[in-house]
Design a protein around this ligand. Structure first.
Ligand code: ADP
Length: 360
């Protein structure tokens, strides 16, 4: 009798440990779901023995799949091949694409439990990190390209000077001015890159004050008019208007937008540029209008992306690297506003941005 009673206790203990383990594993799986981590166990025979909601969502599985073969269920060839691979390596961590093309990416961690030959799969959403990483790669590739062009012009001109052009006054002047122009281009490019890096890293600290923008704009217009002699920019802003701004950031926003309005217009069109404000509720909307080459609808948003420049000959022949509007957008957003552009009539572009008015 004692034997049976002991056996019963033993079985009971075993059962309770097994069910404990199941409960714990279920808890773990739902905790992981809450943390948005996909969790799946594949047993020795290749069937899915556990899968949490996050994992089903990530892999686009809608039906009950416990007990089904993973090969039939998982639509991801990458994940299937990792499951096969982990049987020989014990542990694997690799980035895979989600089932929808151009969609999410996941960091898949797989491990093989030696005793039971079960495979544990954990999936974490790496889409954001993946995007940031590819933005970083594009950024470096673009910067290298933009730096290389003026540097090679400087080098070629310096070599020509040393090869004999120094002795010819006209040639020497031509090559030297090309060197000067391209070194200025490099200086602007580096300062734009540093500006953008400071803003995007969150290290740009704003000094917001209630200021009348008219005086600041008048000063910028008179500075810009020295560079573009035919510019006759109309300012239509009330003297009494006040907005909450960081003066340095505001100056940079207006300077970049006015500079573009002039740059992407012909000399004759320079006299049609205007800057005005409109009160919209608690916000003030600034508008800079030009009669220049215009922006096609499909590029309206894209022009705010780093290094994006319109393809047409007119705009790519103008100096610039495509960072000005990315800086504008970041600065306006930092000051609590939004930014955009629309077509002007009969032609040209209106760039606008909003800021909080002082009486908010
Ligand atoms: P950059 O002027 O240095 O190229 P920006 O970021 O300031 O860079 O502008 C990005 C692109 O947007 C420009 O290359 C140009 O193609 C387009 N763009 C900007 N402002 C205007 C404008 N006022 N009119 C037409 N196109 C513009």
């Amino acid at each position: 009798m004692k034997f049976f009673s002991n056996k019963k206790k033993e079985v009971k203990k075993k059962l309770s440990t097994e069910s404990d383990t199941k409960v714990r594993s279920r808890d773990l799986s739902s905790v992981l779901s809450h943390m948005n981590v996909g969790f799946m166990v594949i047993d020795q025979s290749g069937c899915i023995s556990e899968i949490n909601n996050a994992c089903m969502k990530f892999l686009n599985i809608s039906n009950a799949v416990v007990g089904c073969s993973y090969i039939e269920i998982l639509g991801s060839h990458e994940l299937n091949s990792l499951i096969r691979k982990v049987k020989n390596t014990d542990n694997l961590v690799e980035e895979i694409n989600g089932p929808k093309s151009g969609g999410m990416t996941f960091l898949a961690s797989l491990s093989l439990e030696k005793n039971t030959q079960e495979i544990l799969v954990l999936l974490t959403n790496s889409t954001r990190i993946h995007k940031l990483e590819s933005m970083r790669r594009d950024f470096i590739a673009n910067i290298s390209h933009e730096l290389r062009t003026p540097l090679s012009v400087i080098r070629a001109n310096a070599e020509s000077l040393l090869d004999g052009a120094l002795k010819d006054h006209n040639m020497a002047e031509k090559f030297s001015s090309a060197i000067l122009k391209n070194s200025e281009k490099l200086t602007f490019l580096l300062s734009d890159i540093l500006n953008l890096a400071t803003i995007e890293s969150g290290e740009y600290s704003l000094d917001m004050k209630i200021i009348s923008p008219k005086k600041i704009i008048e000063r910028i217009v008179s500075e810009i008019s020295e560079k573009y002699t035919l510019a006759n920019i109309k300012i239509d802003i009330e003297d009494t208007l006040e907005v909450a701004i960081d003066e340095v950031a505001f100056r940079q926003v207006i300077t970049n937008l006015l500079d573009n309005a002039l740059k992407y217009s012909s000399n004759e069109e320079h006299s049609s540029i205007s800057i005005r404000t409109k009160n919209i509720g608690a916000e003030v909307r600034f508008e800079i209008e030009d009669r220049g080459i215009g922006i096609p609808p499909e590029s309206r948003e894209k022009v705010f992306e780093r290094f994006y420049r319109l393809k047409p000959k007119q705009s790519s022949s103008k100096s610039g690297v495509g960072l000005g509007l990315a800086i504008v957008k970041n600065l306006v957003n930092l000051m609590g506003g939004s930014v955009g552009n629309q077509s002007a009539h009969p032609k040209g572009t209106i760039f606008w941005f909003t800021l909080n008015s002082s009486n908010k």
